[in-house]
Design a protein around this ligand. Structure first.
Ligand SMILES: Cc1cc2nc3c(=O)[nH]c(=O)nc-3n(C[C@H](O)[C@H](O)[C@H](O)COP(=O)(O)OP(=O)(O)OC[C@H]3O[C@@H](n4cnc5c(N)ncnc54)[C@H](O)[C@@H]3O)c2cc1C
Length: 388
């Protein structure tokens, strides 16, 4: 077996990181980051400027107007954007991953031709409609119903926590397309344009990922062309294959990259703070209890980085990576919570004040073991994959 994991990051990824880092430093100062979080929104003007870098093309093949799929590079972009919290990384994911990656992997030829060039240019946003009021981790139990009527799909039901649904162009919606007893064999994904008659929504208040207000979305006799079934009509009732396929493996990496990026921002902030805050006549970084906390947090961060980029590298190589992506999501999300709590303690009262980023980092990191497939779900996946 060749150990190909201990290599330097490719030079072009390093260059990309520096470009995004310069952008974040110039356009996302702390006062703006705090304002975006309070507003429960993301900055259209700053994101439009970022989009000129063309980086949403990184998840899309050249044949469809993309830059060629470069998973490690796209994950590094998320990590760097997350230095500003979720306000820029969030919208990037809605285009590059929810849209670009999913349709590159699962779209029909017509869907690829229609959507991918625009996603590559960063002109479209997708939202993910998986969860429902009574369905969280158990996605095979979704109850939003869809039926074929001639050349149309008719949808009735409700989705919950559909992040970005109020500004996304397309809702990537998981529906029950046959009798509930069949569970895995009658699920489908359908592309529902947000403005389709019969789609209504209601915002949800939440403490984390406040680049948007997540939405309850209601579908009342919503009609879309059967051509909007993800993968085309032959994929009717084949949604579980999509859900359990490569796109979802890679999908786990995108939220993991947000977790790593925010954990890194937390360590950076606590590290700098500890060197400038004087107590008992010296910087608190010189008190052993604080030094140890910071060293522990930085070591955990490094372990998390290895988990994420090893999995991303496997995914980018097109190798099997279900195990590694699940382990990365589990480890980085859980470790992110540990890092958040350590770094918040280092900053004392200021780790809870809205004059710093730390209290937002803590809120965002606390949610990571829940969103995007909970830590418990990853453990269930892994136990199954390892045939425990
Ligand atoms: C800010 C935010 C944004 C979100 N964005 C989206 C989005 O865009 N699209 C979307 O579809 N969803 C989204 N979600 C929903 C998110 O994916 C779900 O919260 C997540 O899947 C977990 O579902 P749940 O919270 O309903 O937990 P439940 O499934 O009800 O589980 C509750 C607890 O029990 C545990 N548990 C449940 N079943 C088992 C089991 N079999 N074994 C062991 N433990 C178990 C879970 O791990 C969890 O800790 C978002 C959530 C938040 C908070």
């Amino acid at each position: 077996m060749t150990l190909q994991t201990f290599t330097d990051e490719p030079a072009h990824v390093g260059e990309l990181r520096r470009t995004v880092a310069r952008f974040v430093a110039a356009h996302a100062p702390r006062e703006k980051r705090i304002a975006w979080d309070k507003a429960h929104d993301w900055p259209r003007d700053v994101y439009a400027e970022f989009n000129k870098l063309g980086l949403t093309a990184l998840t899309i093949p050249e044949a469809h107007g993309g830059a060629g799929q470069d998973i490690v590079a796209a994950i590094a972009v998320i990590e760097e954007l997350a230095q500003a919290g979720p306000a820029l990384a969030g919208p990037y994911i809605h285009t590059a991953f929810y849209g670009g990656l999913n349709l590159s992997e699962n779209g029909s030829d017509a869907q690829k031709a229609e959507y991918l060039p625009r996603l590559a240019r960063g002109e479209l946003f997708f939202a993910y409609g998986l969860s429902e009021p009574d369905v969280g981790g158990d996605l095979a139990s979704v109850t939003t119903r869809a039926r074929l009527e001639g050349d149309e799909v008719v949808i009735d039901g409700a989705k919950r926590w559909c992040s970005g649904a109020d500004w996304a162009d397309v809702l990537y919606t998981l529906v029950r397309s046959g009798p509930a007893e069949d569970r895995y064999r009658n699920l489908s994904f359908v592309l529902v344009p947000r403005t389709t008659p019969g789609v209504t929504m209601q915002p949800i208040e939440h403490a984390n990922l406040r680049y948007m207000a997540s939405q309850d979305v209601f579908f009342d006799q919503v009609r879309v062309p059967a051509a909007n079934i993800v993968g085309g009509e032959s994929m009717w009732n084949q949604g579980w294959k999509i859900l359990a396929g490569r796109a979802l493996d890679v999908e786990k990496l995108e939220i993991t990259a947000v977790a790593l990026g925010i954990a890194r921002a937390a360590v950076t902030e606590a590290w700098d703070y500890a060197q400038s805050r004087i107590q008992f006549g010296k910087p608190i970084a010189q008190h052993q209890a604080i030094r140890h906390k910071l060293v522990t947090a930085r070591t955990k961060l490094q372990a998390a980085r290895h988990m994420l980029y090893h999995a991303a590298w496997l995914a980018g190589e097109g190798r099997p990576c279900s195990i590694e992506t699940s382990m990365a999501k589990l480890f980085v999300a859980d470790t992110g919570v540990e890092i958040a709590l350590i770094c918040q303690q280092v900053m004392g009262a200021y780790g809870l004040s809205d004059a710093f980023d730390m209290e937002r980092h803590v809120r965002d990191l606390l949610g990571m073991p829940i969103v995007g497939g909970s830590s418990d779900m990853q453990k269930n996946n892994l136990a199954g994959l390892w045939k425990l």
